[in-house]
Design a protein around this ligand. Sequence first.
Ligand code: NAP
Length: 559
Amino acid sequence: MAHIITQVCCNDGACVDVCPVQCIRPRPGDPQYSTAEQLYIDPKACIDCGVCQEACPVGAIYADYDLPAEFDEYREINAAHFAADPILDWSLRPLPDDARSVDEGRLRVAIVGSGPSACYAAAELIGIAGVEVSIFERLPTPFGLVRSGVAPDHQQTKRVADQFGEVLSHPSVRCYFNVEVGRDVSLAEILEHHHAVIYAGGAKSDRQLGIPGEHLPGSHSAREFVAWYNGHPDQAGRTYDLSSRRAVIIGNGNVALDVARVLARPAGRYATTDLADHALDALDRSMIRDVVVAARRGAHEAAYTTSELLALRQLEDVTVVSRADEVRIDDQRLSAACDAAIGPIARRKRDLVAAMADAPVASDGRSISLRYMLSPLEIHGSERVEAVSFARSRLMLKNGALALEPTNAVETIETRLVIRAAGYRGQPVPGFPFDQARGVIPNRAGRVWDRDADAPFAGLYCAGWIKRGPSGLIGTNRVCSRETVAALLEDFATERLARAIRPAADFDALMGGRCASVDAQAWRRIDGAERAAGARRNRPRTKFVRVEDMLASASGDAG
Ligand code: NAP
């Protein structure tokens, strides 16, 4: 018997920390960790103690005998991870020494942002007695992409917010929500009252396609579309034209699949989720039945994770279909070269997609078409989007190596809705240096780096997507933030953060005169009101989508 990690694994490594026989891989710090699709349990080494199951923040781990039928394949997926690289030494690992403390008031840290990387950084810091943490968030509600990014049909993933909520309510944490750093308070003012600042505000923009027509009406970034259906106040007022039968999504990551499901499934499937009401109404009237997801590379190079691909197959009302000529390789030499060149995860993804080849779709049916080797050329339309054209590539052998080669063939797909899901991108942050090429704050292990002086900026740190780029699952941020906090604590221990700062009470007084700041207690009132409104309709919550309504609820004035 063994325990098995399944679809919603968030990669935060909490299970690794507690596993007494260290049979979970990859571990934070292992070279494959940052790119791992999920974590895996070695069935030969697992002693079935169930401690990992309790530690998992998203309920992704099951005992073998309790494994729901829809996760059957994860038995094999977990075991296969160890086929080539078995764990030979299952030695017990000593627990880390957490018994650290600092004198009260000696270390006060500000964190900008309240998404996963911010909450994980705060969690690390409050593990040290005496450290005080201030969290700044532009909106009255916390949790960043957990609230406005995670798909509404992935409610289990959002359970991690319960853990984050405990961090926000910790006595050493002060929350300043509805406060925009740079508008309501400056970085210099924060530094006058804190020894260090960790910027964890995420990636606020989009990777551009760089093709004509990219910004025609009807062509939208997935980041904004996702924020719209998740009720982010910045996007709630938007409207989308869902009147054509076909929508085209450009890009092939997990965000592309999230959007594909939302567009293709009947709106009723979301009625018991926290999908924003305005989006539920719009999707209910939607005429979209065929969603094309266009990848520029092959099925074995997809950016989505295996678990999200497997989950597509569970959709009851939607046929997921690929094209045999794009996913099957008839040439024996090419096929053998491909098998030799790609690893087991890529092979599984390709085989799963190949098994969907040319699946029949009823004429009135709903479908998601997974298309490959289509590089976007142009988005066409005189006043708005009418079609997208793609250059077709083909897989070939170049000097014995697998390569993708452009052909002269062009395919044009008609649509009124294009969603560009080519990835997120960081934006420059006032007061911090910026690496334009990578879209991140230049840093070393989270220390913000002055590349001219080749030295850190004292007291400035970063974590999350603005530190390492927009990749990884929610839990990947736990390890990222831990690295940043370790650097900060090292600087504290070596007195590189030693300087006089003004008392916390002065800062509260300063903020009090500036804006309607929302603290943890006030946020709990918003949270409670949303949950109560949701419960009346058999939903986890009904979100406020206007800042005014959130603030009224925070102050107890909501009706
Ligand atoms: P992503 O994983 O980086 O995928 C971006 C996609 O856009 C790739 O397929 C990429 O293709 C494509 N692309 C980039 N530039 C392009 C261009 N010029 N033309 C055509 N295609 C282009 O980004 P994401 O989907 O936004 O996800 C961001 C992160 O959040 C990922 O780590 C993801 O796993 C995570 N996430 C996870 C979940 C989940 O666990 N359920 C849900 C949502 C997001 P190439 O590969 O060819 O570059």
